[in-house]
Design a protein around this ligand. Structure first.
Ligand SMILES: Nc1ncnc2c1ncn2[C@@H]1O[C@H](COP(=O)(O)OP(=O)(O)OP(=O)(O)O)[C@@H](O)[C@H]1O
Ligand SMILES: [Mg+2]
Length: 387
């Protein structure tokens, strides 16, 4: 079993054995909630199968569900081709770059998949929060409280922008259609419906059972409380607090483009496989979006998993950032320059990267040094963008 992320899916390497005892090729089986698995298959059929060059993992058949598991919340499985050199475990881009931080891998990634995805784009004007809000922690954390309805009413269509709730306040929560049990099984993520150019309201509900009828709930934290808590001890070396411009950034209107994007371009979802080629896996989030979303996410991953390790301290990382001479970042910025709507306006990417860095603070698989480096990147960008 591969233990990678927090998607709630489980991924296994399988050796299929036929009834006569002969063995088929090793294969990957990914199991998860039936609805997410179905979505991943649909994304693959629509955006990957006939579009991308063959250096991607292939889904070999529609998802399967056990006959006795048809009820909602049941699990399903997908079969992917196994991407690895014969006899070896899969190697992620993270592992490769830690050994050999060669920017050629990044350029190859863009040259291989760019013509089918990021470069097939059309103009798109949007409020930043619409595409990027989902990277951040939930808007509010709510705990169920006994009693009847009271206070403000929150439902799937509530606009999160400007929704001011104070900690301790009691509200009434309507059922949400999208309610996913989180890893650990003790709380749920409730996701609303985006509308009118505004992002979906996202809530964490501190109970394994999502509300099935209107329920009283107490606000136990807001997004800003979480972000402030996580970063309270980080030295900023004289830079301004990047959290002070978060609302302004989310509200900015971007003149950009839209294309197919991977949607979760992290360093574990890019494998360096047979032929030394760069392969893509994990199409769970693939769809239409802002091309720079993928590269902002990838840059935050490079900072957290490669540059923080290479530099070893927040101060050394900030020096590297301010010198602007790191070869991996230079290559990535060559790519992002090509994805800008107007190459003379790098703010389109700076905003994306700022949010990707703040969003990555929520990941539990990165350490304090990595988070500190992400925070400093956001602070440096905040200083440039909101002087
Ligand atoms: N086709 C494949 N070939 C080789 N290894 C794979 C393949 N698919 C998955 N893996 C391994 O399993 C891990 C987890 O699979 P995958 O990325 O699809 O799901 P996930 O990580 O649960 O999703 P998320 O990245 O959102 O957490 C990968 O990072 C990789 O190490
Ligand atoms: Mg993955």
């Amino acid at each position: 079993e591969f233990f990678s992320g927090y998607s709630g899916a489980r991924t296994f390497l399988i050796q299929p054995i036929r009834p006569d005892g002969s063995a088929d090729a090793l294969t990957i089986v990914k199991m998860g909630p039936r609805e997410t698995v179905r979505q991943e298959f649909e994304n693959y059929e629509t955006f990957v199968k006939d579009r991308l060059p063959p250096v991607t993992a292939r889904i070999q058949r529609p998802p399967v569900t056990l006959a006795e598991h048809k009820q909602p919340g049941a699990r399903a499985a997908l079969q992917y081709t196994f991407i690895a050199k014969p006899g070896q475990p899969p190697v992620s881009l993270r592992q490769v770059l830690l050994q050999n931080p060669d920017p050629a891998y990044l350029l190859q990634l863009f040259e291989t998949f760019g013509p089918s995805w990021w470069m097939q784009r059309h103009p798109y004007t949007f409020r930043l929060g619409l595409e990027y809000d989902r990277l951040l922690p939930p808007h509010f954390i709510l705990e169920p409280v006994p009693g009847e309805r009271s206070g403000k009413l929150l439902d799937e269509t509530t606009n999160p922008t400007g929704l001011a709730l104070t900690v301790g306040e009691v509200v009434t929560l309507q059922p949400f259609r999208q309610a996913d049990l989180r890893a650990g099984g003790r709380s749920c993520s409730l996701t609303g419906i985006p509308g009118g150019g505004q992002p979906a309201l996202r809530l964490r509900w501190l109970n394994a059972a999502p509300p099935s009828r209107p329920a009283a709930a107490r606000v136990s934290a807001a997004r800003m409380d979480l972000l402030n808590d996580w970063t309270a001890n980080f030295d900023r070396f004289g830079l301004p607090d990047p959290l002070s411009c978060l609302q302004a950034a989310l509200g900015e209107t971007i003149t950009g483009t839209r294309s197919v994007i991977h949607g979760d371009l992290n360093l574990e979802n890019v494998l360096v496989g047979p032929g030394g080629l760069v392969w893509l896996i994990d199409f769970a989030q693939t769809g239409e979006g802002h091309p720079l979303f993928d590269f902002a996410h990838l840059e935050s991953e490079l900072i957290a998993h490669v540059l923080s390790v290479q530099t070893g301290s927040p101060r050394a990382y900030l020096d590297l950032l301010q010198r602007g001479s790191d070869p991996l970042l230079t290559a990535l910025h060559q790519i992002t320059g090509r994805c800008l709507f107007d190459p003379a306006h790098p703010r389109e990417y700076q905003l994306a990267l700022y949010l990707a860095c703040l969003g990555a603070l929520k990941y539990q698989n990165i350490d304090g040094l990595a988070k500190h480096c992400l925070y400093l990147t956001a602070a440096e960008l905040g200083k440039k963008m909101f002087p």
